[in-house]
Design a binder for this molecule. Structure first.
Ligand code: ARG
Length: 591
């Protein structure tokens, strides 16, 4: 048996795959391209992982005069050539050739101890990318920032956080819609209402959405105004200082409103709106033209794409640019100027066709490789609708517009009421009460969104998301707080305990919890590479489940195993906090 150098990547699946890779090369030297197939086994199975290469390998080699008699024999041979490793307790072949791997509890305990000392960042995924762009949130100026933008903000932030945890430099981009034709009418309307634009203040304009509606109303009814508005677009896009100034003012007012949402959610974003790419558009479209991609169609300039029954319009018949030309330009900029290797767009699934089309155009232009999993790479992260409890598109009460700030504030208020009902206002300082209500309220909104497979529609229900039982942030935050209180009650200095190296996983519930903790690395990696925050939520929910089982069956404080069990509690709390961090949720330490 060969020995293998075990780099501690933290990713168990990858470490096992490395071992099986060695044994594959030794067992079937003639098949160097066969990749190891290692999978985690379902909870409750006697084995922890399975290697499933034997069957497939057999079908490759059986016609080539192999010495093996069938898949089980191939499996046996793979086990025999597996390098020795402290990680593996035992390996056996079952059924048609599955290789069952049982991990060594001693090695597992040691790995958790190492994490306690070196930090959970040693369990971060390693991705083959240095820099990524996450294009998310991206509301439209002067229009409603709706729940769809809220979903984009929450999902995008988590994706950015997961990539940042994986040491990828993330450019968090707010691709705000600040350059549409709507600005013509908004500016004209502004000039009419406030001839002295300089003195216009936010409060004077009042609600920008109302302002938008009023100007749209005028635009639809008043021919003369309509013409002026169309002229205004031309002047704005031509750089007329007066129009630029009015435009900037309108953008500023919207920005203040967006910022309130970002501030509450503690989401950081850098705005590079559609207007940013304006100076580059003609050059980029010209490049596509030179490459022979752009054709004339009914007065417009379009790109015909295989597999789509409509072409992608890049220049409108009036000569203006549109959403697609801006996105193509932004992609060009991100690839060439910002040197991003992975560009991720988070919007509702309704925009999927738009993304598929301009991605395809970019491949046709040779900007992106044909294989969509090869870097530089683009991904559209789509998500479903937010529904109200009546099953229809989400709306709040009387108005048909949901002010996101109000929505978030309501979550906080409701969570505060629940805390007061539990008498927390008597136990805690007002600041503590406020901070906890905020962590729970905003955390609940985020988690309720993230836990679903993002493609499905989800029902927005304060009652559900703020329930302290079931798969909610409230339940999980309480679980974390309880662990912290167990550690506090022990009166032990946990940092001192960490140095003792006394962790053991002897009880089956300790082992099950330990295994789940160790699967953190491969789980985040999966969530990250598949752009699925729900995978991380599911992991977190199970973690609290494993913990509850452990805690019900293994006495911690005052038991002979106290030190070891406190360390296991601490490891659980650390991993939970990392999950919260990645989901953008502020942890709670006492309840
Ligand atoms: N502003 C758009 C909307 O509200 C979303 C922009 C998404 N990003 C992009 N690069 N197209 O629907």
């Amino acid at each position: 048996m060969a020995a293998v150098n075990e780099e501690c990547t933290g990713n168990l699946k990858r470490q096992l795959a490395k071992l099986f890779d060695v044994s594959l090369k030794l067992t079937v030297p003639g098949e160097p391209s066969v990749e190891p197939l290692v999978a985690a086994s379902a909870p409750g199975k006697f084995e922890d992982y399975q290697c499933n290469n034997a069957m497939g390998l057999w079908s490759i080699i059986k016609g080539k005069g192999t010495q093996f008699k069938g898949p089980p024999a191939v499996g046996q041979a793979l086990v025999k050539s597996l390098p020795t490793s402290e990680m593996v307790e035992s390996c056996s072949v079952a059924g048609p050739g599955f290789i069952n791997v049982v991990l060594s509890p001693k090695w597992m305990a040691k790995s958790i101890e190492n994490m306690l000392i070196d930090g959970v960042d040693t369990w971060a995924p390693s991705l083959p990318v240095k820099r990524a762009v996450v294009d998310f949130s991206s509301p439209n100026i002067a229009k409603e920032m709706h729940v769809g933008h809220l979903r984009s903000t929450i999902i995008g932030d988590t994706i950015a956080r997961m990539l940042e945890f994986s040491k990828v430099e993330v450019l968090r981009r707010n691709h705000v819609g600040d350059w549409g034709t709507q600005f013509g009418m908004l500016i004209e309307y502004l000039f009419e209402k406030f001839p002295d634009t300089d003195s216009v203040t936010e409060t004077a304009i009042g609600d920008l959405q109302v302002f938008y509606k009023a100007s749209k109303h005028k635009f639809d009814l008043d021919e003369e105004f309509k013409e002026k508005a169309q002229q205004a677009v031309v002047r704005l896009q031509g750089g007329d200082p007066l129009y630029r100034k009015a435009w900037a003012k309108i953008c500023d007012i919207s920005r203040t409103e967006f910022a309130m949402v970002y501030q509450r959610l503690r989401v950081e974003l850098e705005e590079k709106g559609e207007s940013f790419y304006n100076p580059y558009i003609s050059k980029v479209i010209e490049e596509l033209n030179t490459k022979g991609l752009v054709e004339e169609s009914e007065g417009a300039r379009v790109i015909f794409l295989e597999g789509f029954n409509i072409p992608l319009m890049v220049v409108k018949s009036d000569g203006g640019f549109n959403y697609a030309s801006t996105d193509l330009t932004a992609l060009w900029y991100r690839l060439n100027e910002e040197k991003a290797e992975w560009i991720i767009y988070v919007t509702d699934v309704g925009q999927q066709q738009h993304f598929n089309m301009f991605f395809k155009a970019a491949r046709k232009a040779g900007w992106l490789p044909e294989n969509d999993e090869t870097y530089p790479r683009v991904n559209h992260v789509g998500f479903g609708l937010v529904l109200g409890e009546d099953g229809k598109r989400f709306r709040t009460r009387a108005t048909d517009v949901v002010r996101l700030v109000d929505l978030l504030d309501e979550a906080k208020t409701r969570s505060k009421i629940a805390l007061v009902e539990h008498g927390k206002d008597k136990e805690w300082t007002p600041e503590e009460l406020d901070q906890t209500a905020e962590a729970i309220g905003y955390g609940a909104v985020k988690y309720a969104d993230l836990k679903n497979n993002r493609l499905t529609n989800y029902t927005f229900s304060f009652d559900q998301m703020l329930n302290d039982k079931g798969n909610t942030a409230v339940y999980l935050l309480y679980a974390h707080a309880r662990i912290c209180s167990i550690i506090r009650k022990s009166g032990k200095d946990i940092d001192e305990l960490k140095k003792t190296g006394n962790l053991a996983l002897d009880h089956p519930d300790e082992r099950a919890l330990g295994l789940h903790l160790l699967r953190f690395a491969e789980t985040v990696e999966e969530a990250c590479t598949n752009l699925l925050p729900s995978v991380l939520c599911e992991y977190l929910y199970y973690l609290s489940d494993y913990y509850t089982r452990f805690y019900s069956n293994c006495q911690v404080n005052g038991s002979p195993e106290e030190t070891s069990r406190l360390l296991l509690c601490e490891a659980t709390a650390i991993v939970m906090r990392k999950c919260f961090h990645l989901l953008g949720i502020t942890p709670v330490y006492k309840i």
